[in-house]
Ligand binder design. Structure first.
Ligand SMILES: [Zn+2]
Length: 144
């Protein structure tokens, strides 16, 4: 898969093998294409915090199978509007029922998790570190 992903990255003008993929050879190519789709749609830089990892996430994390990336957009600015735009992009490419998506407004730099798990999942982490519904969390964050 390593060679395939290097080739796929040549089709992705905003990402390179030097991002924090963890192990590029373990990354699901669909994740790379999806991140480029978000980058293109948003018109804003995406910084990948981490992708494939062998620990440090929840049990059975999509990170452990190369399906997931944690990322920040535009250095965490305009977090709620970027979240809304990402949701619109996912709908426009008919991927909204195929991905897991988490919002982490209280990371040091507010950011997101996305994964290509082939089914829909949504969550957010609140200020206390508890998992909560993403819509209410984003609403509360916006008006906090
Ligand atoms: Zn994650």
């Amino acid at each position: 898969m390593k060679i395939i992903n290097k080739q796929i990255l040549k089709l992705c003008p905003n990402f390179s093998p030097l991002e924090n993929w963890g192990d590029l050879s373990k990354i699901n190519p669909a994740l790379i294409v999806l991140l480029q789709t978000l980058r293109t749609g948003l018109g804003k830089s995406i910084y990948i915090n981490n992708a494939f990892e062998t620990g440090g996430h929840s049990d059975k994390s999509q990170h452990y199978i190369g399906n997931a990336a944690d990322f920040t957009v535009d250095r965490g600015r305009n977090f709620v509007s970027i979240y809304q735009n990402i949701m619109l992009i996912l709908e426009s490419v008919e991927m909204d029922h195929q991905v897991g998506f988490g919002a982490y407004p209280y990371w040091k730099t507010s950011g997101f998790h996305i994964d290509v798990r082939s089914e829909r999942a949504r969550w957010a982490m609140d200020k206390q570190g508890d998992y909560v519904g993403i819509d209410i969390a984003m609403h509360d964050f916006k008006y906090a």
